[in-house]
Ligand binder design. Sequence first.
Ligand SMILES: CC(C)(COP(=O)(O)OP(=O)(O)OC[C@H]1O[C@@H](n2cnc3c(N)ncnc32)[C@H](O)[C@@H]1OP(=O)(O)O)[C@@H](O)C(=O)NCCC(=O)NCCS
Length: 324
Amino acid sequence: MSYAKIIGSGGYLPPRVVSNDELAAELATRQIETSDTWITERTGIRQRHIAEPGVTTSQLATEAARRALDDAGVNAEELDLIILATSTPDYIFPSTACLVQAKLGNKGAAAFDVQAVCSGFVYALATADAFIRAGRAKTALVIGAEVFSGILDWNDRSTCVLFGDGAGAVVLRAAEEPGILDAQLNADGSQMKILHAAGNVVGGQVTGDPFLRMDGQAVFKMAVTSLANSAQSVCERAGVALDEIDWFVPHQANVRIINFLGRKLGLAEEKVVVTVDKHANTSAASVPLALDAARRDGRIQPGQLVLMQGVGGGFTWGSVLARM
Ligand SMILES: CC(C)(COP(=O)(O)OP(=O)(O)OC[C@H]1O[C@@H](n2cnc3c(N)ncnc32)[C@H](O)[C@@H]1OP(=O)(O)O)[C@@H](O)C(=O)NCCC(=O)NCCS
C-alpha cells in the first residue's frame, strides 16, 4: 500500500497589494464607510493581494504550480494527476485544471477541478491522497487558486473587505511511508444559504445573483464547531494526540476563528500558521499558501506533523493530517 507524501509546495500572489487604508479610501469615494481599525479588530486582516483586471485563476495557478514543481524537483511531464480547487474558474468549461495542464506542458495526466469553496484545497488533497493510496496515481499536483475579487460586490462592506486573490500548490508522490495519515471531509448542503454566490448562466445571460453573499455570524459559529469536531475525529482515527501536532495550518478567513480553534484544541499559539493578516481570505488558495509560507521560512520541517483544515460554502469542511 502506498502513501501520498508532500514533496514540494509553491505559492503565488498577484503583485498589487491593497492595504485596509487604501481600500477604505476607495470605498469612501462611493460613500461606503469602513476603516483599518474595524477590519483589523474583527478579522486580523491588514491587506490583500488583488489581481489586475483580465488576470485569471489559471494564470495564478500555473505560477504557483511551477514553484511547487521546482521545489519538488519534478518535471510537469511526470505528473499523472492534476486536481485544482477553485470557485472562480476561468471558464464554464473546460476545467481550470486542464488549462493549467496545457500551460505546464503536461499531456495525458487526469485533470479536473474540485468545487468546495474555501474547503476546496483540503477536498482536493484528500482526493489526490485516495488516488495515490489506491495505486491509481503516482505523482500528483494539487492546487488551490482563486480570483475572488471578481465575485465580490464592492458595494457590500460586510464581505468585500474580507477576501483576496492568490494560488498555492503542492506536489504529492507515492511513498512507502506516510505521508498523509488520514483525512476527513464533510458537508451540510442544507446550510448553503449562509455563504453562497447563487448566480447561473442561462441562454448566455447571468441570472440570479453572481456575487458572494454571507451571513458572517452564522458562518463563524458553524466554522468553529465543525472544525473542532473534525480535528478531533481525524486525529482519533490516525491514533495521534492533538498535542503531537507540530503545526496547525487552518483556513485563513479570520484570525478570531483561528485563535478560537487553536484554544479549543489546546494548540499553543506558536504552532499556528497565520497568513490572513497579509493575504486576507483567498478561499481555496489559503491553506496551500499558508503551508508554503511556513515551509519556505523554515518553520515546517521534514518529519513534522501538520494538521490542515478548510471550511466554507456548501457548507463544507475538512481536515488532512500529514507527516511532512
Ligand atoms: C464578517 C465578520 C467579520 C463580521 O463581524 P461581526 O462582529 O459578526 O460583525 P456584524 O456582522 O455583527 O456587524 C457589526 C457591525 O459592523 C458593521 N460592519 C460590517 N462590515 C463592516 C465594515 N467592513 N466596516 C465597518 N463596519 C462594518 C455592520 O453593519 C454592523 O453594524 P450595525 O451594528 O450598525 O448593524 C464576522 O462575522 C466573521 O468573520 N464571520 C466569519 C466570516 C468568514 O470567515 N467567512 C469566510 C468563511 S470561509
